[in-house]
Design a binder for this molecule. Sequence first.
Ligand SMILES: [Ca+2]
Ligand SMILES: [Ca+2]
Length: 222
Amino acid sequence: MYIYNSLFLNLLCIWPLALVKLVNGTNSCSGRVEVFFDGRWGTVCDDGWDQSDAAVVCKELGCGNIVEAKNAAYFGPGSGIVWLSDLQCASSSTLRNCNSKGWGQNSCGHEKDAGVACQLNIRLLNGITSCSGRVEVFRDSQWGTVFDDGWDISDAAVVCRQMGCGDAIVAKGGAYFGQGSGQIFMSYVNCFGNETMLTDCKFQRWEMYDHSRDAGVICYRK
Ligand SMILES: [Ca+2]
Ligand SMILES: [Ca+2]
């Protein structure tokens, strides 16, 4: 049922369905790497795991540049199958297309689970704490803002979780945290509230430059 739900949600999205995810990190762009194949999620062995492999995951997930590839179950050991090992991702755009030993073809244990820390693809600016502020999203090598039409607590909840900031207290519109600059990347954001990232939610692209209605959030954690 979970799989059906996530497939359904992703069909509504503008950004594509990822078959890789990061688990147990401090935010949505760091964690243990897990990859979906043959109906189930599994981990990646750190044999041969390096910056170029990990960078593919960052890019695939729509996160920013890689900060660091992590070895030896840095984000805790996973469970179930270890799907991939000895990755060589040189010019691949997705982890599943990298050269490797093949699905499930390894003898690695979960103490060798691979992870990655990528730059977060979202930030909060001009708030009183690091967990409040104007929402900005990273796309195509630049930061942009969110238009406040349809901006509500469900959307803010996703932002707060993604930032590692706990629950949302309130969603703010009308450039409450000041006006940003550059493009407005998202409008009519329509999150269910349980998405991993804001960009997993349904939204409309919005290419305008009036920042008087930039969206913001205040999260529970300071
Ligand atoms: Ca490698
Ligand atoms: Ca909404």
